[in-house]
Design a binder for this molecule. Sequence first.
Ligand code: ADP
Ligand code: ZN
Length: 226
Amino acid sequence: MKSDSAASGVVVVFFGPPGVGKGTVATRLAEELKYHFISSGDLLRANVKEGTELGREARSHMDSGGLVPDQLVTRMVLKSLDSLSGGIFLDGFPRTQVQAEELESYLRGRGWRLQVIDLTADDRFLMKRLVERIICRSCGAIYHRTNLPPRVEGTCDHCGGALYQRDDDRPDVVARRLEVYHQQSAPLREHYRRQGVMLTLSGEKPLEETLAAVRAALIGRNGAPE
Ligand code: ADP
Ligand code: ZN
């Protein structure tokens, strides 16, 4: 339990249903604790925007609230990990058993540790949160019209970028995303619980409280990476 965490890498998976706050918590703490931040959803949206082949294949799945095929997402995410070292926060990946196994074999290959922060909330709470969510087009910072508004309407506090609402934050698509979470992703919690690498926290608490709990879990046990 000593200094091995800084030398070898650690991947912290932020797991949970859409809207639970994975991205918000992870981006805030990544900046503060100097972890890299990788979001499968952001990578996919960037591909859609740039019109890459991956983006074209992913688009219809994303628009309907379904999952992008495992192989496409896995290849994309693992490739983005290749050049990184130290500590990495992963948001939105893995979401299926196949993705989890691919990630674990990748981590074994690099001799890296896995830690999972599992955020939970009930569906009605998530629905309310998602339909009011707004996001910075430039830096990806996340706001909420009521709970976490930007200082200046329509403008990012961090970088001054324009804020927008995601296409898939419409109520009908949100309902589908929640259903997909329960069917395809939630079973992974059992997989991680058995490995003893998962910390479960309520995502319904005030943000500062969740940040403090995750911070304590990361620093308290293992120290922040270099
Ligand atoms: P959220 O967690 O709020 O639903 P994300 O930005 O993580 O949003 O994902 C948006 C969409 O991108 C998902 O609905 C899905 O279509 C696709 N996606 C993201 N990550 C994955 C993944 N690991 N596996 C499959 N599809 C994914
Ligand atoms: Zn911004």
